[in-house]
Design a protein around this ligand. Structure first.
Ligand code: BMA
Length: 368
């Protein structure tokens, strides 16, 4: 997610009149059968409700880290999130630990555990800036994307980074040798300019080429357990402007947060509704599933937020999932899901009780 508040929404989307769902198809014939099944089931299941997701949810939470089987969400409502997401920032460097200080071996183990519980996994990638050596948020140089593309000065270096990523993705397999299907969500929030691949940091064609190169390189390395998600910021002026094309994308989504305290609520609700309307319309045309790929209100300082804001904004739309950002162990007040005793817990339990929100025990087999 971005760190600072972005400018006022000027997005202009077609408003969907009806909510409907068509049949989804996997474009890359070489993906594993479990990955193909995941895409079909995502679409099918979204008719029933939306899965609840939490970033890093079983790795750590408020007041704990690394306790096997623990999750703040489960401690509050009794069930695991149906979706867990993880971040692979620093895998590109060949590091042992992620940018958030979690060992990649632990992340692999948690991914496999969640797959074996029947849950879904998504991965984001806050990778370093290959030119400056700074992090994803280092936007001091506007030639970074160009430099990693074919013919660019950092092409070879970036290929090495993609190889490290590919090796890791290929290594996420069960004891029976099944590679775990993953919804991969690179180059996210690019409609803002806070990441080195953002709007003002590269041209439209360079951004698209970055996608093409990423997918091609991962496929060349035999990565066949990925679905690809496109997720601009919720305040995107033009959602499709840098869209790589349906043949490269399996799920469309957006990232949006409530910023600015209670005063930001109206804008947050309007962003959710506007984006869901557009995605629902696009989904009707293409059969592609859609999701709220990142969201939340830091610290959730509103007792009724889950029912009155999140659930109310989703309304009757049918996103495949809605994912809340992490309950950080390493940053004060940086959490997006409740923990036992939190002031929004009661509202969260009502949200959980709504048959349209799907937690782990509510979902059907996603991989068959
Ligand atoms: C951001 C924050 C950071 C974190 C990054 C990657 O939104 O949570 O603290 O390092 O995501 O997980």
């Amino acid at each position: 997610m971005k760190i600072v508040r972005s400018s006022i929404v000027t997005a202009c989307f077609t408003v969907a009149m009806f909510v409907s769902c068509n049949t989804a198809e996997v474009k890359d014939e070489s993906v594993t059968k479990e990955t193909e099944a995941l895409l079909t089931n995502l679409k099918k299941q979204s008719k029933k409700g939306y899965m609840f997701g939490h970033h890093d949810g079983t790795l750590y939470g408020i007041g704990w880290k690394g306790d096997e089987g623990r999750s703040d969400v489960k401690s509050v409502c009794g069930d695991y999130p149906a979706v867990l997401s993880f971040d692979l920032g620093h895998i590109e460097l060949g590091a042992k630990r992620s940018l958030d200080g979690i060992s990649f071996d632990t992340i692999r183990q948690e991914i496999i555990r969640h797959y074996e519980r029947g849950g879904m996994i998504s991965i984001s990638w806050h990778l370093d800036n290959p030119v400056t050596g700074g992090n994803s948020w280092d936007v001091t140089d506007t030639t970074v994307v160009k430099s990693v593309l074919e013919g660019g000065v950092n092409y070879d270096k970036f290929q090495g980074w993609l190889k490290n990523l590919a090796d890791y993705l290929n290594s996420i397999e069960t004891e029976e040798g099944v590679k775990v299907p993953i919804l991969f969500r690179p180059w996210h929030e690019h409609t803002g300019s806070w990441f080195w691949w953002g709007q003002k940091l590269c041209t439209t064609q360079e951004y698209k080429n970055l996608w093409y190169l990423t997918e091609k390189s991962l496929k060349m390395e035999g990565v066949n357990n990925l679905l690809y998600a496109y997720s601009p910021g919720g305040d995107a002026v033009d959602y499709m402007e840098r869209y790589p094309g349906d043949e490269y994308i399996d799920l469309i989504g957006f990232d949006t947060y409530q910023f600015g305290g209670e005063a930001g609520q109206e804008e947050y609700i309007s962003q959710i509704k506007k984006n869901l309307a557009f995605l629902d319309e696009y989904s009707k045309m293409t059969g592609m599933p859609y999701a709220i790929t990142e969201t939340g209100y830091e610290g959730i300082p509103n007792t009724g937020w889950w029912k009155n804001v999140l659930e109310a904004s989703i309304g009757e739309y049918c996103p495949a999932y809605v994912l809340l950002w992490r309950n950080a162990y390493d940053k004060e007040n940086h959490y997006y899901a409740p923990y036992p005793g939190h002031l929004s817990s009661e509202s969260f339990i009502s949200f959980y009780d709504n048959p349209r929100s799907l937690f782990l025990n509510n979902i059907e087999n996603l991989y068959k």
